[in-house]
Design a protein around this ligand. Structure first.
Ligand code: PHE
Length: 454
């Protein structure tokens, strides 16, 4: 592989552009919508600790591996696996790993877009003053009424999918990069303000903070551990090729390790801030932490409806949330789009129309699982719950496991060493130990725990 090789889709204009894009991919609904509600469902502190450990021991090493694979081959994840397996003299079947990633991207985006549609609808609700002076009961009524309307959910899902495809169609430099440049810092500031607001509650520390940070391991089930691990993959966009494809647009001279620490650190900080902002409101309003996917939509509007300046604040918050979701959704579909362009000779437009339409159609399953099909269950789960479980808890960890095995055991050591170009020999050794033993073993042990062997 030559060092001058570039992706046919272009390249990030700088290291900073890659950081923004990869952080944009990582920070999204996962941090602000999903992290609080799954933490609530799984009892708080102990769940948070397992999640943090997974980010550190599994997420960060695998993120470095995924970025490295992408940059070495400069192609979509499927072709990357073919090329690199070939280079290492390994079996062709590794390309199925790329395929699983592309499919996971479709499945995730199909429900991600529906939830991002909720956030978009809440921009309008904030704007029209729907939250003004409302209490917990009124806000829950608003949310339940919205969920009961497939037409409204489809409308917002459609709008969000169109927005995603509009950005993706413009390509790496023009579309993706510009979209994330300003949004990430703004979101961060708004979250800090929300945390400051949450701190004004009496029970801020005793209930909110303690719930998040005091571990009670008796509340954590085997499935809770799996959810925490799956979420580490989901929130860092790992195991499906999103970071791999972004890595393939990464200029040669950039340090992968330092960049990854920064991205993972920011992502984790945003999730914790979201938790710190949301749980005091949950307890102050007498709500259930285990309220499920509606949690932030049933809590934050109460705050916006009752605080000074809440009208503007509410609008800004949901706008930022939509943009955070958008900068993630584009990375969910980019591997498929790149594959269609590289392998099927499609133009970027054609590739976007195809992949966008399929995802949109799949998304209807999620829309209906909140209303007309809410009683329809497979393995005791609605379509939305099934998609979420299948992707976040199974496909991403399995994908990540295989990436770790590939980077640690299949690729030649001199290649990984050269590509990662760590600042010192010890850092490389630590990474190698984690990727060869710790990360794959941890994923494997969690799976054994869930099936009851451990
Ligand atoms: N990381 C994104 C989030 O937290 C979701 C995502 C998962 C994006 C997988 C790309 C790949 O919202």
């Amino acid at each position: 592989m030559t060092d001058t090789k570039k992706s046919i889709h272009g390249e990030w204009s700088s290291r900073f552009a890659f950081i923004l894009a990869a952080t944009g991919s990582a920070v999204g609904l996962g941090n602000i919508w999903k992290f609080p509600y799954i933490t609530g469902e799984n009892g708080g502190g102990a769940f948070v600790i397992v999640y943090l450990l997974c980010v550190l021991l599994i997420g960060i090493p695998i993120m470095m591996a995924e970025t490295m694979l992408g940059r070495r081959s400069r192609q979509n994840p499927i072709n990357t696996m073919i090329t690199l397996a070939d280079e290492a003299g390994a079996d062709k079947n590794w390309h199925y790993l790329g395929w699983m990633g592309v499919i996971a991207g479709f499945l995730i985006l199909s429900y991600y877009s529906v939830i991002a549609g909720w956030a978009s609808a809440y921009v309008l609700k904030a704007f029209t003053g729907s939250f003004f002076g409302a209490d917990a009961v009124a806000i829950k009524g608003l949310f339940d009424g919205f969920m009961a309307s497939p037409v409204q959910l489809i409308f917002w899902h459609t709008l969000f999918m169109l927005a995603t495809m509009l950005v993706v169609v413009r390509g790496v430099n023009t579309g993706l990069e510009k979209a994330v440049r300003f949004l990430m810092p703004c979101l961060f500031v708004l979250l800090m303000l929300l945390v400051a607001y949450a701190m004004t509650f009496d029970d801020y520390y005793d209930k909110g903070i303690k719930f998040l940070f005091t571990p009670d391991f008796s509340k954590l089930t085997a499935n809770g551990v799996l959810t925490a691990m799956g979420h580490a993959f989901f929130t860092l966009s790992l195991g499906m090729g999103a970071i791999m494809i972004y890595g393939s647009y990464l200029p040669k001279n950039v340090s992968i390790a330092k960049t990854v620490y920064l991205i993972a650190g920011t992502d984790t900080a945003v999730a914790l801030l979201a938790g710190i902002a949301i749980f005091p409101i949950v307890f102050a309003a007498g709500l259930e932490p285990a309220a499920g996917p509606g949690l932030i939509f049933q809590t934050l509007p109460i705050a916006f409806g009752n605080m000074t300046g809440g009208w503007l604040f509410g609008i800004l918050f949901f706008v930022m949330l939509v943009f955070a979701a958008l900068s993630s959704s584009i990375s969910l579909i980019e591997p498929a789009v790149a594959w269609l362009i590289e392998n099927k000779d499609m133009s970027r437009q054609q590739a976007c129309i195809w992949s966008g339409s399929i995802t949109w159609l799949l998304g209807l399953g999620t829309v209906f699982s909140f209303n007309v099909w809410s009683e329809f269950k497979i393995f005791d789960r609605t379509i939305f719950q099934l998609l979420d479980y299948l992707t976040a808890n199974l496909m991403l960890p399995i994908g990540g496991f295989c990436i770790a095995v590939f980077a640690g055991w299949i690729m030649k050591q001199q290649h990984t060493e050269h590509e990662l170009d760590m600042p010192d020999a010890l850092s490389y050794k630590v990474w190698r130990f984690l990727i060869c033993y710790v990360s794959p073993a941890a994923v494997f042990l969690v799976f054994l725990h869930v099936v009851g062997v451990l």
